[in-house]
Design a protein around this ligand. Structure first.
Ligand code: ADP
Length: 481
C-alpha cells in the first residue's frame, strides 16, 4: 500500500471517529469503551462533563485513577473483567456523587466488543442517569408504605416483588420472609380459597375484583382488592374482622328481634280481624273501617318483619328452597292478579309467555316477581303502564318488569341489589322501604342458579329482570319454615 493511500485510510478512520464522537456527544447518556485492564479508551462528552476532564485526560485512566470511591471502582473493575472472561454483558445500577458534589443514581450496561477471531477486544458501555425515576419510585414506595391498606405486588411467577409496611405488620412477616417467595409457599392456606380464584382471575384473565372472606389460617376476615399489573398482580388487603364481628352481632340481633316480633304481630292481626268482623256485625261501620286500616298497616309490618327474617336467614345461609316442577305462566298471572287487588293503578300488562315448567321454589319465585312489581308500582306514575314480559329459551325462563318511572342512574344501578340500599327521595319517606327487597330477590334467584339484572336510564323508566334455569333446584328439597 502506498504511503498516500495509507494516509488517506488513517484520515478516513480519524474522520469516522470524529463522527462517532460527535454523534455520541449529542446524547445525555454516558457512552464509553474500556481496554482489557479497565482503562478508558474513549468517553463521550456527557461523562467528560460530569467528571470535569477532557477527552485526552480520560484515555488510559481506570476508575481508581479518576478518584471513584474504592468500593465502587473495585466493583466496576471486576464487572469489566467479568465481561472479558464470560463474553456476557453486565447490567447494574449505583449511586454516584460527581466531583462537583452532584448526587445521582445511575443504571449502566457493559457489553463485550468482539474481534474477528471471536475474542473480546474491548468492553463498550453506556450509563443512564435514573435519579428522577428513582425519586418517583421512592416517592411511590413512601406513599404505599403510608397507606393504611396492606399492599403487595406479585410477579408472573407468583413471587412477591413488593410488600409495604402495613402488609408486614398485618401478616407478621418481614420482607425477607416474603420477597422472592411465591405467595402459595408463603400462605399455603390460600390454595383452593376464594382469594386464590380472584388472584388467578387477575393474573390470567386480567380482571380486577374485590372480595371479603374468612382466612382460617389467620382466624381473620380479609377484604381484598386485586388488580392485574404489569407484570403480575397487585393486592390490597384490609383486616375487617372487627367489622365482621359487629355485623354478626347486628345480624344476630335482627334475627332475634324479627323472630320475636313475628308472634305478637300475628296475634294482633288475628285479634284485629275478629274485631273487624264484630264491628261489621254490630253495624259500627266507622270502627270497622278503622280496624280495616289497622289491618293494612299490620300487613305492612308483617312484610317488613318477613323481609328482615329473610335477610338474616340469607346471611346465615339458612334459606332452603322447596323446589318442585311448576308452570311459570299461571304463577305470573296469580302474582299480577294479587297485586292488582292492592294497587289497581298503574295498569299491569303481561306480554308473551313461557309456555313451560321449571323446577324451582314456586313461593320464593313468586316473592321475587311480587317484589319487582311492588317496586315498579311505587316508582311509576299512576296513569302509566307496567309491562311484565315473560319468555323462555332452551335453558330457562326470563321475566322482566318494565315501568316508566323515575329510572335509576348508572352508578346506582350497581348498588340497588345491595343489602339496605335505597335511594332517598326529596323527603326521607317519599319512597318507603328498608332497601331489602332487591337484595332478597337477587339472593333467591342466584341461589336457584339464576341471575338478576337492571336496565334503566335516569328519568326514563327501569326494567328489572330475572332468569331461572329450567331445573335449578332438586325437586323435593326441604323448606325452611
Ligand atoms: P325497598 O324495599 O326499600 O324498595 P329495594 O331493595 O326493593 O328496597 O330497592 C332498593 C332501591 O332500588 C329503592 O330504594 C329504589 O331506589 C331503587 N329501585 C328499585 N326498583 C326501582 C324502580 N322500579 N324504579 C326506580 N328505582 C327503583
Amino acid at each position: 500500500m502506498r504511503v498516500a493511500d495509507l494516509r488517506k485510510l488513517v484520515q478516513q478512520q480519524e474522520q469516522q471517529l470524529r463522527v462517532f464522537d460527535a454523534t455520541l456527544s449529542t446524547i445525555a447518556d454516558f457512552a464509553y469503551t474500556f481496554d482489557r485492564d479497565g482503562r478508558f479508551i474513549y468517553s463521550n462528552r456527557s461523562l467528560l462533563d460530569l467528571l470535569g476532564i477532557t477527552a485526552e485526560e480520560i484515555v488510559g485512566k481506570n476508575f481508581f485513577d479518576l478518584g471513584y470511591p474504592t468500593e465502587l471502582a473495585t466493583r466496576l473493575q471486576h464487572q469489566i473483567e467479568h465481561v472479558f472472561v464470560t463474553k456476557e454483558h453486565v447490567v447494574d445500577e449505583t449511586p454516584f456523587t460527581g466531583p462537583t458534589g452532584a448526587e445521582g443514581y445511575y443504571e449502566y450496561i457493559f457489553r463485550p466488543v468482539f474481534a474477528a477471531d471471536g475474542s473480546v477486544e474491548m468492553v463498550a458501555g453506556s450509563t443512564r442517569d435514573v435519579t428522577e425515576r428513582r425519586r418517583v419510585q421512592e416517592q411511590s414506595r413512601q406513599i404505599l408504605d403510608s397507606i393504611s391498606d396492606a399492599f403487595m405486588a406479585v410477579d408472573t411467577d407468583w413471587r412477591f416483588t413488593y410488600v409495604n409496611r402495613q402488609a408486614e405488620r398485618l401478616l407478621t412477616r418481614t420482607p425477607g420472609d416474603l420477597l422472592g417467595h411465591t405467595i402459595w409457599d408463603a400462605f399455603p392456606g390460600l390454595i383452593g380459597s376464594s382469594f386464590e380464584r380472584a388472584y388467578r382471575r387477575a393474573a390470567e384473565d386480567r380482571e380486577s375484583s374485590s372480595l371479603t372472606d374468612y382466612y382460617p389460617n389467620h382466624g381473620r376476615w380479609y377484604e381484598v382488592h386485586v388488580y392485574p399489573a404489569d407484570p403480575g398482580i397487585t393486592i390490597y388487603l384490609r383486616d375487617v374482622t372487627q367489622r365482621k364481628c359487629l355485623e354478626k352481632q347486628k345480624d344476630d340481633f335482627l334475627a332475634v328481634a324479627s323472630h320475636e316480633l313475628k308472634t305478637p304481630v300475628s296475634s294482633i292481626k288475628a285479634f284485629a280481624q275478629v274485631l273487624g268482623r264484630r264491628f261489621t256485625a254490630s253495624g259500627d261501620m266507622e270502627s270497622a273501617t278503622l280496624v280495616g286500616k289497622m289491618d293494612n298497616q299490620l300487613n305492612k309490618l308483617t312484610n317488613l318483619i318477613s323481609d328482615l327474617l329473610d335477610v338474616t336467614r340469607i346471611e346465615s345461609g339458612q334459606v332452603r328452597f322447596r323446589s318442585h316442577l311448576f308452570e311459570v305462566d299461571p304463577l305470573v298471572r296469580e302474582i299480577t292478579d294479587q297485586i292488582r287487588l292492592t294497587a289497581p293503578e298503574p295498569v299491569i300488562r303481561i306480554e308473551g309467555c313461557a309456555g313451560c315448567s321449571i323446577v324451582a321454589d314456586r313461593d320464593r319465585t313468586g316473592q321475587v316477581l311480587m317484589n319487582l312489581l311492588s317496586n315498579s308500582i311505587k316508582f311509576a306514575p299512576v296513569d302509566s303502564e307496567i309491562v311484565v314480559a315473560v319468555s323462555a329459551d332452551s335453558d330457562g325462563v326470563a321475566v322482566t318488569v318494565t315501568d316508566s318511572g323515575m329510572g335509576i342512574s348508572r352508578e346506582r344501578q350497581a348498588l340497588v341489589f345491595d343489602r339496605f340500599y335505597r335511594v332517598l327521595g326529596p323527603e326521607p319517606d317519599t319512597y318507603p322501604g328498608l332497601g331489602l327487597g332487591l337484595f332478597i330477590s337477587a339472593e333467591i334467584v342466584r341461589r336457584q342458579g339464576g341471575r338478576v339484572w337492571v336496565e334503566s336510564e335516569e328519568g326514563a323508566g327501569s326494567t328489572f329482570g330475572f332468569w331461572l334455569p329450567l331445573s335449578g333446584g332438586e325437586p323435593g328439597t326441604p323448606g325452611d319454615d
